[in-house]
Design a protein around this ligand. Structure first.
Ligand SMILES: NC(=O)c1ccc[n+]([C@@H]2O[C@H](COP(=O)([O-])OP(=O)(O)OC[C@H]3O[C@@H](n4cnc5c(N)ncnc54)[C@H](OP(=O)(O)O)[C@@H]3O)[C@@H](O)[C@H]2O)c1
Length: 274
């Protein structure tokens, strides 16, 4: 992976921007190749402390040097954040991480159709993210290559062929780390209830998740077969999975992800109008 030689601007310097900036810096990009617009002083201080970047509190002509602009603001304020930025960045390629906000809204707000919409996730912070990407028709092969270079510093990526599929990516891998943490909370709570220390229960739960994920990634077999290998006839796993099935956990999980996909669409409808 080569480091982008371009200048990159981030609008919004919070969690997701920091995850991507961290990836870029780890790969050797220099802080002076990165401009961040971040009005919140505490977040700006963290950017300085973590990456040596002095954020701008508001948009300025400094943004003119950006060849790529990464939009990492909440969907709710995207259109408002774009107003002061637009006049400085019309010549740049734009990459949005905002959940739900569709490319027709983004193109209107940023004044160009060189727009890629994406959905990363927070394991990007440790270089193990996965990002879904969707390009507008005017995005060139070299634009896509630049986006791949930037997002590649945070982990894996997949291009989707229809924009609506990004809402599914959002429900699956965008929100997905929260589902994993939810399971970790439950497994740790159960372990503590059975007499383990909180530290040991958490260590066992985290190692089990990462170990099982690595096994699934390395295996050619389906998760169903891998699960069956753990499940001895009449044994402990059988008792646990039967209890989960009786409680309808799998169906509830599918329903929960559908709720996330619906919410992504709603965010686009609700905040994409402006
Ligand atoms: N976190 C995730 O797991 C995740 C995953 C994929 C995609 N996303 C998407 O990433 C985007 C950012 O999420 P996040 O979790 O990184 O949120 P966040 O940590 O709150 O970061 C957003 C930052 O933008 C700042 N901001 C507000 N108004 C601004 C303006 N006018 N100009 C420039 N910056 C402004 C916010 O400052 P204030 O705090 O002062 O408002 C905040 O620091 C969202 O659209 C979300 O859908 C998040």
């Amino acid at each position: 992976m080569t480091t982008p030689s371009q200048h990159i601007a981030f609008i919004g310097g919070g969690n997701m921007a920091s995850a991507i900036i961290g990836g870029l810096i780890r790969q050797g990009m220099k802080p002076d190749q990165i401009t961040v617009v971040e009005p919140f002083a505490e977040t700006a201080a963290k950017l300085h402390q973590n990456f040596g970047i002095t954020a701008l509190p508001t948009a300025s002509a400094e943004l003119l040097q950006a060849t790529l602009v990464v939009w990492a603001v909440k969907p709710q304020i995207f259109s408002q954040a774009a107003e002061p930025v637009m006049s400085h960045t019309r010549g740049a390629l734009h990459l949005s991480v905002a959940a739900g906000i569709r490319t027709d809204s983004i193109c209107r707000w940023v004044g160009t159709e060189r727009v890629v919409r994406c959905m990363p996730n927070t394991p990007a912070l440790v270089g193990q993210g996965i990002t879904g990407l969707f390009p507008c028709p005017l995005v060139s092969a070299s634009d896509k290559a630049l986006v791949e270079q930037v997002i590649g510093t945070t982990g894996q990526y997949v291009w989707v062929d229809q924009e609506s599929k990004l809402d599914a990516v959002t429900a699956l891998s965008g929100s997905g780390p929260a589902y994993v943490f939810y399971f970790l909370e439950a497994m740790t709570q159960a372990g503590v209830g059975m007499g383990l220390s909180a530290e040991q229960a958490y260590q066992l739960a985290v190692a089990t998740f990462s170990g099982a994920s690595s096994l699934a990634a390395a295996s050619t077999e389906s998760p169903e077969v891998l699960r069956q290998r753990v499940t001895s006839k009449g044994g402990t796993t059988y008792a646990a999975i039967t209890s989960l099935d009786d409680a309808g956990v799998k169906a509830s999980f599918v329903k929960a992800m559908q709720a996330a996909e619906v919410r992504a669409r709603e965010l686009g409808d609700e905040f994409g109008k402006a």
